[in-house]
Each structure stands twice: as C-alpha cells, then as structure tokens.
Design a protein. Structure first.
Length: 317
C-alpha cells in the first residue's frame, strides 16, 4: 500500500477513488465505468505534476526522507554486477550504516559505497538509520584507498541525517574520522562521483561527498544541519523547522545556483519513491556520463579539477 505525505492528501483522495472504481468494475462486470476511471486518473496525474512542480523546501525535505525512496542497497542491486561487499575498518569493527565494496558498473570496475538507512524496523536498527559511527568512515577510507591502489573510480551515495552523535562515537574520534574521510576523497587520484539520493546531513554527508562531480536527485536536500536542528539553535523552537528549511537554501535547485553541486538528476513525477526503478536508472545514466567525462584524465588533472571545484564554491557570489 502506498504511503502518502501530509501535503499529498488531495492526491491520495483522487487515487483512492480510482481504486474504488476499479474494484467496482471488477466486481460488477456489466457496469462500464472506464471513462470515469480514465478521467479521474488524468486528473490525479495532473494534480500530482502541479503539486510537485511547486514544492516548498520543507515539502522537499519530507520527500527526501520518504521511507519508500530507494536506498543504497537498492542501487547496488540494480546497477552493479558481481558486487563484493567489504566489512570493517581494521581498527575497531564493522558499521553497517555505510555499505560498500567493489563490483562492475555497466562493464567498468568501480568502488561503490553509500549510507544505508534500511527499509524495515529490523534493518533500520541494524544500519542505525544511516547514521555512521567513526568505524563507518574509516571503512570508507579503507575502500577509497583500495580503489586508489588499483586505479578504480569511486562512486558514493549520500543519504543520512548526519553522523551518529552518541557518546561512544565521540570517544572513538568521530570528528577525526569524518575529517580523514573528507580529506581522502579530496586527495584521490582516481575519478570520484557522489550523488545525494535523499538527505545529505552535515559532516556525515560531506565525509563521502568530496568528489569530482557532486549531483543531487531533484527532491533531495543537502545541508550543514537539519531544519529542526537549525530552528532549535536559532529560535529554540523546532516548530519553526519549515521557516529554517526555506532560509537555509537546502534544495538541489538552490545548491545548483550557488555552485555547490554540479548537476540535478530529475526524479519521476511524484518523487523517486513512486517509481524507484526509473529513479535508479536515471542515477546510473548520470554516473556513466560523469565517469565518461573524467575518463582519460591524468591523476594530476583529476586532483587539480577537484581542488579547483571546491575552492571555487562561493567565490562568484
């Protein structure tokens, strides 16, 4: 059964009526209501297009957090062949909030990693809702350094509310682990591509997003802090999260305008959660194009282009 967000209630009502009419038609074969069903379907489709064409930053935040959006493991299953996951950071232990390994993407060997939120209560707990601990970021460094050693491009998917803020994580050096992962991404001599597929929160996101090409799905968000966190700090009132989301400029469209990201990947009408396979294919096409544009570049040029990209952020404003 499809899950609707609060602002999607008009769409939910229309689609519910369509389903009711279909059930009536199936039950009473002699009643012809095809025209009415078609009319309502067209009305629902148009209403969905109109709604998603004018989403507010807060509504985009809710879409980015939708539990039905495809997650990293879904992308791995559809885009990669012969995927071999790697576990552990060789220092403390395994952190399933970040999954990664090596496989073949459309005929090319790649290192592929990303935050995994999980899609059931059990898997969400196992993956800690995509909030990585230090060992998760040290695993990411291990993956990137292995890819560097063998000259393999790195692809990372960002989908986290932020790094895990627990006491144990801080005791094991959360800030240092994030900094080293960020630095490792910047130092790579192989091409790396990063895509924000849902929520890109704070250092937990940037730790694996310092790439030659940074892209976002159309309704994803990317920010230094969550809207709720910003509202709590600025106004000591989390109910002002909607106002914070608007002022923080966290949408793909805002970040493209500021030069923080390089490309927006269009989602299916109604969000990636409505047609996950289509969204994943579009991300795959964007990755292929980005890697193709970087193919043939020398290691020195790869590092130089990445450095220039990040140093240029904000300079033209």
């Amino acid at each position: 059964m499809r899950s609707y967000l609060d602002f999607e209630k008009p769409i939910a009502e229309l689609e519910s009526k369509v389903e009711e009419l279909r059930e009536v038609a199936a039950r009473d074969g002699g009643v012809s209501i095809t025209e009415e069903v078609t009319r309502l379907e067209q009305k629902a489709d148009q209403a969905l297009k109109d709604l998603y064409a004018g989403l507010t930053p807060w509504q985009k935040t809710l879409v980015a957090r939708h539990p039905g959006r495809p997650h990293t493991l879904d992308y791995i299953a559809q885009l990669l062949e012969d995927f071999t996951p790697l576990a552990g950071d060789r220092v403390f232990g395994e952190d399933e909030a970040i999954v990664g390994g090596f496989g073949r993407f459309r005929g090319q060997s790649v290192c592929f990693m990303g935050h995994e939120r999980g899609d059931t209560t059990e898997t969400r707990i196992r993956h800690n809702f995509g909030m990585a601990r230090p060992e998760g970021y040290r695993k990411a460094v291990r993956l990137m350094e292995t890819a560097e050693r063998f000259g393999i491009p790195v692809i990372s998917l960002v989908d986290t509310a932020g790094a895990y803020p627990g006491i144990g994580a801080e005791e094991r050096g959360q800030a240092e682990a994030i900094a080293r992962s960020t630095d490792c991404g910047l130092r790579l001599s192989v091409p790396n591509v990063s895509i924000v597929i849902g929520e890109g929160g704070s250092g937990g996101a940037i730790a694996i997003a310092t790439a030659n090409k940074v892209m976002m799905l159309e309704h994803a968000i990317y920010s230094v802090i969550s809207p709720e966190g910003a509202a709590s700090i600025l106004w000591r009132d989390t109910s002002k999260a909607q106002e914070a989301a608007t002022n923080m400029k966290i949408t793909a469209q805002d970040l493209m305008r500021f030069g923080v990201i390089d490309q927006i990947i269009q989602e299916p009408v109604g969000g990636a959660h409505r047609q996950p396979d289509v969204a994943i294919t579009r991300v795959g096409d964007a990755i292929e194009q980005a890697l193709g544009a970087l193919a043939g570049q020398s290691p020195e040029d790869i590092r130089r282009l990445r450095r220039e990209k990040f140093l240029a952020i904000g300079r033209s404003l």
